[in-house]
Write a protein that binds this ligand. Structure first.
Ligand code: PBG
Length: 329
């Protein structure tokens, strides 16, 4: 005779919803946004159907819509003109740069929106690297100084949280010190603590034209700073270091193929964890859905819920707007 029947708690939707452990809401999402120069212009990103690069005015409009759908945080990326790129990244802390103007415009129009600018040099680098290059190598400490200047300029423009995605050693501490010295004690740091060198970033790099350039003199990939996907213990080491240096939120990236890392970190860390459902993960679902091979809405909600189940407190995802609309139905 069987007494224990797990199916009792699955007999109908009411009982299933009563025993449900994790529920996704629009408040869990951070929407990554691509911004370009111009006025009233938007360009589709072919490898990310439904995602656009937009000028600041249309970006502000998008932020209003996102906020009204319950998405209360955006992560900003700039498409920088080739003529503004160099090996120092100095355009990254231009007070009137595209990023700084975007931050001001969003905070002005939607003050409650949490604005998280990306902090990394790759969109500003002639080499497409997240750091300054000397003698064919990405130099750590000089890059940190650039990232600190960049972070302070974001804070001056009104950023709530700066989000360094570069993976240089010690940059959380250097950025924290710079923010404190400039009086930005309430500006937080969301550090990409365990960020892997991943082929899933392909569509993002084409959106910003920020892929490492094919040049014999420089590394053609980011493996000297981003993590090796064969490793997991190393992720804990990265996370503990960033926590010690003063990170307020730590990020694990990519998302879906890396949920083992998320769950491991969750057990050991009480700070909020952000997980990045990256461009390649978005492209895969969209490509299959467009072919009728996967159910678009169900696959989106399932994927994002699984990221939350693994231990994420917030999810950076290009599905943010669409998922919020599905959840609000
Ligand atoms: C670069 C950066 C990348 C992403 C966010 N910030 C790409 C990279 O490291 O090359 C990827 C995001 C995505 O694929 O959605 N600092």
């Amino acid at each position: 005779m069987i007494y224990s029947r797990n199916r009792r708690l699955r007999v109908n939707e009411s009982i299933r919803s009563l025993v449900r452990e994790n529920v996704l809401t629009a408040n869990d999402f951070v929407m990554p946004i691509f911004v370009m120069e111009g006025e009233n212009v938007q360009e589709p990103i072919p490898s990310m159907p439904g995602i656009f690069r937009r000028s600041i005015d249309l970006t502000v409009k998008e932020c209003k819509e996102l906020f009204s759908l319950g998405v209360k945080a955006v992560n900003l990326y700039m498409k920088v003109s080739e003529n503004l790129k160099d090996n120092t990244g100095k355009e990254a802390w231009n007070k009137n740069g595209l990023m700084q103007n975007t931050i001001r415009a969003i905070k002005d129009a939607v003050p409650e929106m949490i604005v998280m600018p990306d902090v990394a040099l790759d969109p500003y680098s002639i080499y497409g690297h997240d750091g300054i290059i000397e003698n064919g190598k990405i130099v750590n400490d000089a890059t940190n100084d650039a990232l600190a200047r960049m972070s302070v300029s974001h804070a001056e423009a009104g950023a709530d949280i700066v989000a360094p995605s570069d993976m240089m050693d010690g940059r959380v501490q250097i950025i924290r010190e710079a923010l404190e010295e400039s009086g930005f004690t309430d500006v937080g740091i969301l550090s990409y603590a365990a960020k892997y060198a991943s082929s899933f970033y392909g569509p993002f790099r084409s959106a910003l034209d920020s892929a490492p350039k094919d040049n014999m003199e420089i590394p053609k990939d980011k493996k000297t700073y981003q993590m090796d996907f064969h490793n997991s213990r190393e992720a804990l080491n990265e996370v503990f270091k960033d926590v010690e240096e003063g990170a307020d939120i730590i990020m694990i990236k990519p998302g879906l193929p890396y949920l083992d890392i998320v769950s491991k970190v969750r057990e050991l860390i009480d700070l909020p964890i952000a997980v990045y459902n990256v461009s390649g993960e978005y492209a895969m679902v969209k490509a299959a859905a467009q072919n009728g091979w996967l159910d678009n809405d169900k696959t989106i909600i399932e994927s994002l819920t699984c990221i939350k189940r693994a231990g994420a407190d917030m999810i950076f995802t290009y599905f943010a707007k669409e998922a919020a609309m599905i959840l609000n139905k």
